[in-house]
Design a protein around this ligand. Structure first.
Ligand SMILES: NC(=O)c1ccc[n+]([C@@H]2O[C@H](COP(=O)([O-])OP(=O)(O)OC[C@H]3O[C@@H](n4cnc5c(N)ncnc54)[C@H](OP(=O)(O)O)[C@@H]3O)[C@@H](O)[C@H]2O)c1
Length: 261
């Protein structure tokens, strides 16, 4: 397996770290390109090969992962046109349809990962382009499936996935920060408040993922009448925290739809 990754930014390097951590790929199986020498130096520290030349990367790789900002995708594909025939192109660019990627001559799979790929705690979905084969799907499942949740969806659902799990880590970071700040204001040491908030979010996430109980029922069960939790929930309800989170996911999904036009 030779995977070429174009773009060593936030997501490109998070994915490299995840692939190496889970041993889905060995360092020698990955080559990374970027315009920025500092980013390439970061990639080299992970033990992978690097280049500044996307054409060289394309020649050396059977599968190419496109991890640049959406606005850069078309230009990169145009510049590599002659090199992409018979290649599998996996794009993580928000809003860029497989139909556009396949115009380059390659076969496309679109993946919407998230930053948690770095720790193999990713929540992601993928959809296949018209030319993608079963063997291509197996390659994507073998490497991305090692990083966490990796579910197949119709391409029209990709905007919703982008809003929910692609952009989602930032929404939860904000909630963790708010909880940690409150802990600190109540007198806890800063680092303990952050650890308690992060671990509580992680534990609650694990429970929500594993339990067959409905989420409303899980909330109701911890809200003992006259207890402490119900007092906090009353504030969250009064200040419409649930509406705010729904609004955030929907706004991010709307932006993803705009990017695909
Ligand atoms: N960040 C997330 O949480 C997230 C989640 C899901 C999906 N995505 C998707 O992942 C993609 C990358 O996002 P990101 O946050 O990782 O962006 P990023 O940090 O800006 O990384 C993109 C990298 O690609 C480089 N680049 C630009 N043009 C290039 C070219 N022609 N050849 C080689 N490298 C080039 C950029 O260099 P310069 O900085 O010098 O331009 C930058 O280092 C986006 O399409 C985004 O929609 C991101």
């Amino acid at each position: 397996m030779k995977l070429g990754i174009i773009g060593a930014g936030n997501m490109g390097l998070s994915l490299v770290e995840g692939f190496l951590k889970t041993k889905a790929l060995k360092p020698g199986e990955i080559i990374v390109s970027d315009l920025d020498a500092k980013k390439l130096a970061q990639a080299e520290k992970l033990g992978v090969r690097t280049t500044r030349d996307n054409a060289e990367l394309a020649k050396k790789s059977g599968t190419i992962l496109i991890a640049v900002k959406p606005y850069a995708v078309e230009e990169i594909l145009a510049s590599l046109c002659g090199n992409l025939k018979n290649k599998l192109l996996i794009s993580i660019a928000a809003g860029i349809p497989t139909s556009l990627i396949e115009k380059s001559g390659g076969r496309a799979i679109r993946v919407m990962p998230n930053l948690c790929a770095k720790d193999a705690e990713m929540a992601a979905c993928y959809s296949l382009g018209k030319k993608a084969t079963k063997a291509d799907e197996k390659i994507a499942r073998d490497i991305f499936g090692s990083l966490g949740l990796f579910a197949k969806v119709d391409e029209k659902s990709m905007a919703a996935v982008t809003g929910l799990s692609g952009s989602g880590p930032a929404f939860f970071f904000l909630m963790i920060k708010a909880a940690a700040d409150a802990g600190e204001e109540l007198g806890l040491p800063k680092s303990l408040a952050r650890s308690l908030a992060a671990q509580t979010a992680k534990g609650a996430g694990e429970m929500a993922a594993k339990s067959s109980e409905g989420l409303e029922e899980m909330i109701r069960r911890v809200c003992t009448p006259k207890g402490t939790t119900i007092e906090g929930i009353k504030i969250l309800e009064k200040r419409k925290a649930a509406e705010a989170m729904k609004g955030a996911v929907k706004a991010a999904a709307k932006r993803a739809r705009e990017l695909s036009r």
